[in-house]
Every structure is written in C-alpha cells, then in structure tokens.
Design a protein around this ligand. Sequence first.
Ligand code: ATP
Ligand code: MG
Length: 420
Amino acid sequence: MTRYKAPRGTSDLVFPDSEKMERLIETACALMRERGYRRIDTPILEDTELFARSIGEETDIVTKEMYNFEDRGGESLTMRPEGTAPVVRAYLERGLASRGLPVKVYYVGPMFRRERPQAGRFRQFTQIGGEAIGSEDPFLDAEIISFSDALFARLGLERYRLLVNSVGCRECRPAYVDRLRSFLEAMKGGLCEQCVRRTDTNPLRVFDCKNERCRATLKGAPTIGEHLCPRCREHFDALLGHLDTMGMTFEVDERMVRGLDYYTNTAFEFQFEGLGAQNTVCGGGRYDGLTEELGGPPTPGVGYSMGLERLLMALEAEGLDPFVPERLQVFLAAAPGVQREPVLDLLGRLRAEGISADTDFMGRGLKAQMKQADRLGARVVVMIGEEELASGEVTLRDLDASEQWRVPAKGLVERIRQIL
Ligand code: ATP
Ligand code: MG
C-alpha cells in the first residue's frame, strides 16, 4: 500500500488489460497503414492558443476541459485534448504539402481533458486518429469513415450505428445560424444558462448540451439540411452515395454537429448502444477552414478520432475477446543446487531463437517453479536436475499434453520448436 493514488480520472493499465490495449493499437495502426496512412507523432504539449483558436470558444473543451498552465518561462501550454489541431499545425510547420497531396497520416496516444470522471469518461484517455489533408474529394470522407467499419469488422463488432450529417460551410452556415439564433432567443426559457450564453456567442454548440430540458427544447429547432448551399449539398450527397457503394449502413442525423467548431460539411459519429451514456466511440468530419484559421493557405482536410478505452468497453459489453494474450513458450526450472551457467546459457539460446523463455529468480523449489510456470501460462517446461545435467540430458514437459520426456540437451531447441 501507498498513500499515493493515480490522479482522479486517470488510471494504471495493468496486464492483461494493458496487453489488450497494446494489441488493439497494433491492429488499428496496421489497418491505417493498409489504407496508405503514415504515422505522425506530435508533442503532448502545445501552445494554448493553438487549441483555443481551432476548437473554438464556447466548446466544452475550451471553456472547461483544457489542462493548461503557465510554464516556468511564462508561456501558456496545454496538454493536448485532441489530435487534429496539432497535426494540422505540424502539416503547416513542417511543410508536409511538399511531400505530395493528399497527406494521409495517423496518430495514437494519450489525450487530456478535465472532465467529470465516469464510466467511459476519463481525464486521460487514448485516441487513434487519422487525417487526410489536401483533397476535397468526398471519397476521402468515405475512406475516413470506413476505417471504423473495417476495424469493427476485424474485431467482430456488429451492433453499432453510424450517424452522418453536413454542418455546412462558411457560405451557408451563417444564414442557418441566424435562424437557429432567432429560434433559441424565442425559446430562452427552456434553455440552461450555458445555452442562453451560447445563443449569443456560438448557437450551434447548443446541440452538444447534455441537459434534458435543452434537448427537449431543441426538438423543434430548425435543422441545417434545408440551408445547405449547392456545393455542400452536392458533396454530402456524393458522400452518402459512396457510403452506399461501400455497403455501409448509416443514418442522417441533422442534430449531430460534433463538439468542435472547425468542422465544415461532413460530420459523423459511431455509437454503440451497449455503452450507456458514453456511447460514442468515434467521431470526425471535414475541416476545410482549419489550415487558414492556423495561418496557412486554404487547404481542405478530413479526419476521425476514436476513443480506445471506449472501444475496449464495447468489446467487453459484446462478450468479445479477440486478443488472446501471448503465452510464455518455455519456462526453465532448475533443481535447487544446479549451477546458474547452464540455465542462463539455455535461456540465452532460446531467446536468441525468438522463443519466449523465462526462469526462476526467487530461489524456489521445483514444485513452486512448476506453479510459477503455470501462472505464466507456459507451454513447455524444461527441468534441469544435477543428475540429468551430468548425463547431458534434461526433462521436457509439455504442459498442454501433460506428457514428459527425458531428452538430450543437445538439439533441445529443435525439439522444443517441434512441440511449439
Ligand atoms: P463526448 O460527447 O462523449 O464528450 P466528444 O465530442 O468530446 O465526446 P471527441 O472530441 O470527438 O469526443 O473525441 C473522439 C472520441 O474520443 C470520442 O468519441 C470518445 O470515444 C473519445 N473520448 C472523448 N472524450 C473522452 C473522455 N473524456 N474519456 C474517454 N474517451 C473520450
Ligand atoms: Mg466531450
């Protein structure tokens, strides 16, 4: 015991859960690479301004969730709450456009938001995300969306919903936002304090509100669909056509606007019914104005981000366990009194061959070592006794078959290979 605890909303990931997370990350990253996405890693810390500017005032993240602090040099830094703004910053700062468009990248790592911790909502969580920058082609939106579908299929997940919407662009959104504002002004009595404020500053954000009364009030709100300009409408229709062609089932939800200001046109999310209130596992959309917002040339982009803790919860809720933990292949059990050298020599040879191997470090008797081998899930135990050693032999035990043989120490590695 210790009086220290992991900070609220954070937790240690311990085996075997940590290994499930590791395998999930490997699977998801491999899938991104199969689709032509390359890896990018940006710092955990960024200028606070980067997020404040891009994510937007009156968003949950910027108003109350960012971990920002003044460092010893007086700079305001923020622990990244999301991955898109950092990627776009890196795209501009490193001139990635010169490597050929579209730039298709993926990232994976921890994000930080000071939220009220609850099931599926943490202060540190892990996201994988993908960004495709430089093309307006709606097929790229479809490719980004279809990643989740492909990953869920690989994991055996079936019961989820894909919601899509278009949130319009700089041309058509303002007129819609004006209409929404008039509606909200008339309905002020049915809105929470924050939404009343949002009515002035950023009306679209009222759709993020989780307050039941606000949600009921919003049932009669005008929706964006009929306000889309011809370009947005055409893009959205093309996207829906592509999703159809790819065999994906979706629902158009005109109230789904996503919690970030930089989205334009496409917005989408994947939900799992079994997860309770925190049922969105993946969200994303197009952000054609973001590069300009960050001081770069106009450049379209589209991306997604997926919460991996929530995805693991979805697997568990569905009773799926696609990640069988890797077993230890060989445990070397030396009888008390046996020299260390032959044990270490054999251990080294097995490991050099790529066979996973472990041995006793606690000075245990043979029986206790067998127990340890069992605990480690070992497939084979090699027992080394003094008498056997003298005759150049060891005892090999196949734990699955419950069989054992006395075999020459020479050629042991080959013999073990046969069993594995
Ligand atoms: P929510 O409405 O649940 O707060 P969000 O709109 O803030 O979600 P995004 O910013 O789009 O979520 O993040 C993408 C994904 O990251 C989410 O769908 C979710 O799976 C995951 N995620 C976001 N915040 C958290 C958190 N606090 N804890 C765990 N996972 C999270
Ligand atoms: Mg949130």
